[in-house]
Design a protein around this ligand. Structure first.
Ligand code: NAD
Ligand code: UFG
Length: 338
């Protein structure tokens, strides 16, 4: 059993990962500034797992507070989710993204090193591949982000590579997530975006539950089988389990690992709408509207590095994602709000 510090552990992917860590017996310390989440997610995690993680409301930009957390809880490793993630907002507020995502990670690493903690799992993103030249995407594909959010992820990847070269005690996993969706099968935790959802799946669930009138499909003239954008959607529980495998890997192996976490299968927007309608017996009204600026046509992973190095594969289907995501939305019409 070990003690894992989870930054951003109240958020969407973090809360699902905390559940899996607690269920396998690890001690968990969550730090989160609650800028995009609520403490209710941790209460729900406690109900699901019948265990209690430590929670400290801390901004990772506050080095003194972070030091106190490390002094008190002495974690063995860190899973680092904390950061900002809205692509559009990153264009209007780039400095917030470089502060929270890049400076925040630098702070965290400094405090880790001061406390002799050198095992880090970092949330990167398929967005670092930019507009792919070839598919499926392998980890050695050319990199190039197209917005400040993506660049903040690229910069952190480079920073962590430099850090590991400077001191070989560091063991780092850079996990490039494809499109996480769905929710815990209990329906107790899930994605709870503030305001109008930017992403496809929460928009669909909010249409289904009556919070939004219609889905706008951004373009049907892409070079894809039905003209709508294709993505590699991955169940958030599969993604969470990938982090446990990454921690196990770092316990055994030195160095830095860059690894896609995706299913290897692409689905279009219309595939998603139809699957959601079929498995849940609901109708999702939609309009086709012009393309969203900055969107790419298609993106899916080659997940073979994760299979070989982490012994991890996504096992949950698109139908599972639709069923579990709908259960969460039905049980929580307005998310975590009472
Ligand atoms: P989320 O917003 O639900 O979770 C992030 C958490 O970090 C939130 O609870 C927020 O309050 C917290 N946080 C933000 N800034 C902080 C700070 N300065 N100090 C302390 N806490 C802070 O997002 P998520 O979807 O769970 O994403 C987790 C990570 O995965 C992020 O780094 C994100 O960029 C990355 N990622 C997400 C996706 C996706 O589609 N959801 C895809 C690729 C990568
Ligand atoms: N889409 C719509 N209507 C919507 C929202 C999305 O048609 O209301 C379409 C998009 O055009 C795209 C697909 O649905 O074809 C998926 O869009 P998302 O916004 O759900 O996801 P993206 O692939 O654009 O981006 C997401 C995150 C990024 C992350 C990337 C890869 O928002 O931060 O996945 O992990 F980098």
């Amino acid at each position: 059993m070990s003690t894992v510090l989870v930054t951003g552990g109240c958020g969407y992917i973090g809360s699902h990962t905390v559940v899996e860590l607690l269920l396998r017996g690890d001690d968990v310390v969550v730090v989160d500034n609650l800028s995009n989440s609520s403490l209710e997610s941790i209460k729900r995690v406690e109900t699901i797992t019948e265990r209690v993680p430590h929670f400290i409301e801390v901004d990772i930009l506050d080095r003194a507070e972070l030091r106190c957390v490390f002094d008190k809880y002495r974690p063995d490793s860190v899973v680092h989710f904390a950061g900002l993630k809205a692509v559009g907002e990153s264009v209007s507020k780039p400095l917030s993204y470089y502060q929270n995502n890049v400076a925040g990670t630098a702070n965290l690493c400094e405090v880790m090193a001061e406390h002799g903690v050198f095992s880090l799992v970092f949330s990167s993103s398929a967005t670092v591949y930019g507009d792919p030249e070839t598919l499926p995407l392998r980890e050695d594909a050319p990199l190039g982000a197209t917005n400040p959010y993506g660049r903040s992820k690229l910069f952190v990847e480079e920073m962590l590579r430099d850090l590991q070269i400077s001191d070989p005690r560091w063991r780092i996993a850079l996990l490039r997530y494809f499109n996480p969706i769905g929710a815990h099968p209990s329906g107790m935790i899930g994605e709870d975006p503030r305001g109008i959802p930017n992403n496809l799946f929460p928009f669909i669930t909010q249409v289904a539950v009556g919070r939004r009138e219609k889905l706008a499909i951004f373009g049907d003239d892409y070079p894809t089988p039905d003209g709508t954008g294709v993505r590699d959607y991955i169940h958030v529980v599969d993604l969470a389990l990938g982090h446990l495998k990454a921690l196990d890997y770092l316990a055994e192996k030195e160095g830095i690992l860059t690894c896609n976490l995706g299913t290897g299968q692409g689905y279009s927007v219309l595939d998603m709408v139809r699957s959601f309608e079929r498995v849940n017996g609901v109708t999702i009204p939609y309009d086709i509207v012009p393309r969203r600026p900055g969107d790419i046509a298609s993106c899916w992973a080659d997940p073979s590095v994760a299979a070989e190095q982490l012994d991890w594969k996504a096992t949950r289907s698109l139908d599972d994602m639709c069923t579990d995501g709908w259960r969460w939305q039905q049980q929580n019409h307005i998310g975590y709000l009472p």
